[in-house]
Design a protein around this ligand. Structure first.
Ligand SMILES: NC(=O)c1ccc[n+]([C@@H]2O[C@H](COP(=O)([O-])OP(=O)(O)OC[C@H]3O[C@@H](n4cnc5c(N)ncnc54)[C@H](OP(=O)(O)O)[C@@H]3O)[C@@H](O)[C@H]2O)c1
Length: 289
């Protein structure tokens, strides 16, 4: 698979996180708060695309795609220049609505097909059926590539036993606090492209304070976020970073004019403490993710 960009933007959704426990607040959120937030979201995502991000990492778990479509239209970037990913939500898997959800996304996004369809999580007892549904969508020409998210080796082995099409791309949590070297090696051995989600560990305080990253910032005259994103790229992993901040978006894209030495790559590898920030697919409640 050669057409996937080497860095992606994960815009997430436009969620209102304020507390809406009385009528006045609900009216405020509905008529002012939410529209403002959505306006900001559309502008921020459009800005990222204008800057040069081409891989858009989305999921039906984040929204119905309408705001994303507005952002793409606003950016002026042509559809054929984008690599659009979406994922099947856990809710759709649980309610047997994989096709319905996907068709709604296509309609809201005004697309004929997506570049990559993954499932969001390997929901126990359901993900193999989900995979078969996804294969049908590919057969119908509505999807160019199929992939997975949050799969351990044993999930992939089950898919290999039943699949018509093997997964081409897999995404899971990877960052210096959780380097996942054995899993990355397994995916690569199977010929599956690896994407890193939560690639900068959500700007975790433990990374901000880390002496090795402070040293590398000085050595390369780059921020520690740029150092980490570069580490992903040199590991042959595609980082999917979320930012709605124009300055951060620019900073995160500016990682292709320097290289980390092998020793410095190893120094970042050594930061690993196997600290997962998100969920373990073998130990979580899929119905609330
Ligand atoms: N398949 C899955 O289960 C799954 C799970 C999690 C995530 N994902 C995907 O991966 C994407 C990224 O993961 P994530 O959101 O968990 O974590 P992340 O990208 O590691 O961190 C995002 C946070 O870092 C901040 N940030 C970004 N660039 C920065 C910079 N240069 N300096 C300082 N702060 C910066 C962002 O704030 P600002 O907006 O202020 O920049 C945001 O708060 C998601 O959007 C999604 O597409 C997938």
């Amino acid at each position: 698979m050669t057409d996937i960009p080497s860095i992606g933007i994960g815009p997430g959704g436009a969620w209102y996180s304020g507390r809406v426990n009385n009528l006045l607040k609900r009216v405020y959120v509905h008529f002012i708060g939410a529209p403002l937030l959505e306006h900001k979201y559309v502008n921020a995502v459009a800005h990222a695309l204008k800057l040069g991000y081409r891989l858009v990492d989305y999921s039906s778990a984040y929204g119905d795609g309408k705001l994303l479509q507005k952002a793409i239209r606003k950016s002026g970037v042509k559809r054929e220049d984008l690599f659009i990913t979406t994922r099947v939500s856990n809710r759709a898997q649980i309610n047997s609505r994989v096709r319905e959800e996907f068709m709604r996304f296509l309609k809201n996004m005004q697309l004929d097909c997506v570049d990559l369809l993954q499932f969001h999580w390997p929901v126990t007892d359901l993900y193999l059926d989900t995979w078969r549904e996804m294969e049908k969508l590919k057969d119908e020409g509505l999807v160019r590539h199929l992939g997975v998210a949050n799969c351990h080796q044993h999930h992939l082995e089950e898919i290999f036993k039943v699949c018509k099409y093997r997964p081409e791309v897999g995404q899971f949590e990877i960052h210096p606090l959780f380097t996942q070297k054995p899993l990355i090696a397994y995916y690569k051995q199977q010929g599956i492209v690896v994407e890193a989600y939560t690639p900068i560990a959500r700007y975790d305080d433990r990374l901000v304070r880390l002496p090795v990253l402070k040293r590398l910032e000085k050595k390369y005259n780059k921020t520690f976020v740029q150092i980490i994103l570069r580490w992903h790229v040199q590991n042959g992993v595609i980082p999917l970073v979320r930012s709605l901040n124009p300055e951060h978006q620019k900073e995160n894209l500016n990682i292709f004019d320097f290289s980390l030495s092998q020793d410095d790559m190893a120094a970042i590898d050594a930061v690993n403490i196997n600290s997962r920030l998100r969920y373990d697919p073998d130990n979580c409640d899929f119905s609330i993710l």
